[in-house]
Design a protein around this ligand. Structure first.
Ligand code: PHE
Length: 341
């Protein structure tokens, strides 16, 4: 019996078979266990001798099972590891799975390079702003209704009672720039902005590019010329349908908004003479109070500023009717608009 069981242990091909062998030998109804039960019927001398032998066999079999078990476990682990091994010498996968620059980032790069050609330098500011830069210095004092106009995301109140905000526009970068540089100033500042708003043309997080030019004689004509030049280059069209509407911003005077002509038919958005307009930016001459708040003398300096919606101009260029889809991370969407092959 001993030889028989030991051979079975040795031949067990996997852990499941080995467990069956163990049960059939040492289990409650096992073969060796069965012999143990006979001990009771034997006379004392016989019982001692047989008992010792039986115990030795039992120990030997149990030991053999343990050894075999360890060996089988090692082999299983080895097999798994070699199956999971990464061959770093393999060539990379075909292009279809390669990442691409997101259309918004591409658009930002394009805008920066177009204004770069016109002599604008790049500026940046933080997404989390303080009240002074996002509002007060922009001639939006506390309790001013313009704070309600933009549905601001506030951070929790700090110990001194003040609250930081997620910047509602890129205009705070105007302030940071004028505080730190003396004119002439010519900057653009692209970045993320946040407002509690969502529909076809709004998302809670979106992108703007701020433009600021401060000099001694810069006027509204320069502003219009600069923006017209930009849209022509960006849309690669000689004739872009634009419209300025008088508007109001606390930080510019006079103020205007610029729309691009387009048509929306059957869920399609197309730039060009159509029956519709899409607002792409707000602009105006920097308010004297804003210049003063930044330590610039309004008697000496003047200039213009604009804040353009980046998703908006990308929608027009690629014919994307719903702004929210930029952030759906849907591969089919990227394919549909030709952003990935
Ligand atoms: N900050 C304004 C907005 O977000 C746009 C703007 C920028 C208007 C600069 C005038 C000058 O709506």
């Amino acid at each position: 019996l001993r030889e028989e069981v030991l051979a079975e242990v040795e031949n067990a091909a996997d852990l499941a078979v080995l467990e069956d062998v163990r049960i059939s030998a040492l289990g409650k109804k096992g073969r060796i266990t069965g012999l143990m039960k006979n001990l009771g019927k034997m006379d004392p001398d016989q019982r001692r001798e047989f008992g010792q032998t039986l115990n030795a066999v039992k120990d030997q079999v149990a030991g053999a099972i343990d050894t075999r078990k360890t060996a089988l476990e090692d082999a299983a682990l080895e097999a798994r590891l070699s199956g999971e091994r990464i061959d770093v010498t393999l060539s990379s996968r075909p292009d279809e799975t390669a990442g691409r620059i997101h259309p918004i980032s591409q658009t930002i790069d394009e805008i920066v390079s177009i204004f770069g050609e016109m002599g604008f330098a790049l500026a940046e500011g933080p997404d989390v702003e303080d009240d002074f830069h996002n509002f007060t210095a922009l001639n939006i004092p506390p309790e001013h209704p313009a704070r309600e106009m933009q549905d601001t995301f506030y951070l929790p109140e700090r110990e001194d009672g003040s609250r930081l905000v997620l910047r509602t526009h890129t205009s705070p970068v105007q302030i940071r720039t004028m505080q730190n540089k003396t004119p002439p100033i010519r900057i653009i500042a692209p970045g993320r902005t946040y407002r509690s708003d969502s529909d076809m043309t709004h998302t809670p997080m979106f992108h703007q590019v701020e433009g600021l030019v401060i000099d001694k004689k810069t006027h509204m004509g320069h502003l219009k010329g600069c923006l017209l030049e930009f849209v022509k280059t960006y849309f690669e069209l000689d004739d872009v349908p634009v419209r300025y509407r008088p508007s109001f911003f606390p930080f510019t005077e006079p103020s205007a908004e610029m729309d691009i002509g387009c048509s929306r038919k059957g869920g399609e958005l197309k730039i060009g003479e159509g029956d519709d307009w899409l607002e792409i930016l707000g602009c105006g001459m920097v308010h004297p109070r804003v210049l003063s708040a930044c330590g610039l003398d309004p008697e000496e300096y003047q200039g213009f500023a604009f804040g353009m919606g980046i998703e908006r101009i990308a929608m027009l260029k690629y014919g994307i009717p719903d702004l929210r889809t930029f952030f759906d991370t849907d591969l089919r969407w990227l394919k549909h608009y030709g952003f990935v092959p």
